[in-house]
Design a protein around this ligand. Structure first.
Ligand code: NAD
Length: 495
């Protein structure tokens, strides 16, 4: 346990229902493990299905006739701004929590928390402008208006890789829209969301507007999603869980947005690496694009698709730099990358490495745990590169969610585009080329929700994020990220 965190204050009770912190009724607890050391950070309560049902009921009571949905949107923004201020005040504490829980480096966690602040500031500003409109129906006696109303009670379910950031993409627009909600962070990394809800309470959210249950998805999942009393489910996580949630939602005709996995191509043309600067920037971004947070990023560029004429040189440079990445605990200033989130996740990655070898891919580097004895207790795994990969291989098609890069080669633009789209997913893609016409054809031809041209990994709260194909069916961030939490109502008034 780290001495710098006041774990009793922050995590003594972790279920927040109807404006009060409560012990769980399950009697079950969970040890949360620091993946850098294997040490227990803290032991927290696991909510029972009854707790989850109580949380949904509290959100329902706060919505039906409650003050929050009736508050004008422009006034709701004050709460978002207060939350943003408190997040800034506690940024160091939240960053430390995120690093302990996920293993990512402290600088990465600080960026995450800055981004969380930006999301709240963005929706606080967006919500000052009403999207309502008057419609001309061709009859002067009729005043026709389209107004926006909160969608209702929302269940917000987040994954473990960007715990608070992914949750903020849901909570900020849901609050701005006037919804009430139940938050269910990943049981692997719930701590930053628990600390965040304390800030929401301090900021003055009315009781029942924001509720939190912490515990396993399998146990709480149906209690949260199968009640028939929820108006909207926003889920970010894996494809298999997304399918379960979609099936449950279909039963009740509950609206649902799922943000799922990715198998994201990063396409490098020879013209992008013709200069030394181009080569340097391209290798750097391919490397960061796949190995940031040990590859545990939904938009990680896990498939390098590189033009044959430069492939050997490019991959050799990439491997040299991958081997130079400094791996260590996220709290150590010298670390450039931390461990995987858990030993379970590392076992999954180790299976994929064995699979890649058996499928005939050439392992160029990595594929094992680091030999440094100082890292033996953490769930570290070396950056791994497989060359000479092909589309039939499962390591090319399945989301490994770890530090594994596969390399495929192409000779024509058509082939590059075909390979870039040759996945059931469609979350994100990168293209590197110096040719503007080729660039435009590629960025428009790629069937992915975000495409980076000569850059990789960036996003902004003001632009929509989401997937084509099996990467999901909704959009977060931007104006669409707010409208997901709104119903439109047409009011026809014959004066
Ligand atoms: P996961 O699907 O295992 O879990 C996600 C969340 O769902 C967790 O809170 C979990 O407890 C909960 N859950 C599990 N079973 C449930 C059920 N039956 N009902 C309701 N909730 C349930 O995913 P994960 O391993 O936490 O996260 C990794 C996945 O998330 C990857 O596939 C990654 O690509 C994806 N992801 C996508 C995006 C995006 O923007 N598209 C962003 C981040 C992560």
């Amino acid at each position: 346990m780290t001495p710098t965190l006041d774990t009793d204050r922050l995590f003594g009770t972790v279920q927040y229902i109807d404006g009060s912190w409560r012990a769980s009724t399950s009697g079950e607890t969970r040890e949360l493990i620091d993946p850098a050391t294997g040490d227990v950070i803290v032991t927290v309560d696991e909510a029972s299905p009854a707790d989850a049902t109580a949380a949904v009921a509290a959100a329902r009571a706060a919505f039906d006739g409650g003050e929050w949905p009736a508050t004008p949107m422009a006034e709701r923004t004050a709460l978002l701004a207060r939350i943003a201020d408190l997040l800034e005040r506690d940024k160091e504490e939240l960053s430390l929590i995120e690093t302990l829980d996920t293993g990512k480096t402290l600088p990465e966690s600080r960026i995450d928390i800055d981004d969380v602040v930006s999301v709240f500031r963005y929706y606080a500003q967006l919500a000052t402008v009403s999207p309502d409109r008057v419609v001309d129906v061709g009859n002067p006696a009729v005043i026709s208006r389209v107004v926006h109303e909160p969608i209702g009670v929302c269940v917000l379910i987040a994954p473990w890789n960007y715990p608070l950031l992914q949750m903020s993409w849901k909570v900020a627009p849901a609050l701005a829209a006037g919804c009430t909600m139940v938050l269910k962070p990943s049981e692997v990394t719930p701590l930053s969301t628990i600390a965040f809800v304390r800030l929401v309470e301090e900021a003055g959210a009315p009781a029942g507007v924001v509720n939190l249950v912490q515990g396993s998805g399998a146990t709480l999942g149906s209690a949260l999603t199968d009640t028939g009393d929820v108006d909207f489910i926003s889920f970010t996580g894996g494809l298999a869980t997304g399918r379960i949630i979609l099936e449950t939602a279909a039963k009740h005709v509950t609206k649902v947005a799922v943000e799922l996995g990715g198998k994201n191509p990063h396409i490098v043309f020879a013209d992008a690496v013709a200069t030394a600067e181009g080569m340097d920037a391209s290798v750097d971004q391919v490397l960061t694009g796949v190995f940031l947070h040990s590859g545990q990023v939904c938009s990680a560029g896990t498939r390098l698709i590189v033009e044959e004429s430069v492939a050997d040189e490019f991959v050799a440079e990439l491997v040299t730099r991958a081997e130079a990445i400094r791996m260590g605990p996220g709290l150590d200033d010298a670390s450039e990358t931390g461990p995987l989130v858990s030993t379970a996740q590392r076992e999954k990655i180790e299976k994929y490495v064995e699979l890649g070898k058996s499928e005939g891919a050439t392992l160029l580097t990595g594929g094992t745990r680091p030999s440094d004895p100082a890292l033996a207790d953490g769930s570290f795994f070396l950056p791994t590169v497989f060359d000479h990969c092909s589309r039939e291989m499962r390591i090319v098609q399945e989301e490994t969610f770890g530090p594994i890069l596969t390399v495929e080669r192409f000779t024509t633009d058509d082939e590059a585009l075909r390979l870039g789209n040759d996945t059931e997913y469609g979350l994100a893609a990168g293209v590197r080329t110096a040719d503007p016409a080729r660039a435009e054809r590629m960025v428009r031809g790629l069937r992915h929700g975000t495409v980076w041209l000569n850059d990789f990994g960036y996003y902004t709260a003001a632009a929509e994020w989401g997937g084509f194909k099996k990467s999901g069916n909704g959009r977060e961030l931007g104006p669409t990220g707010l409208s997901e939490y709104q119903e439109t109502k047409h009011i026809w008034n014959n004066t």
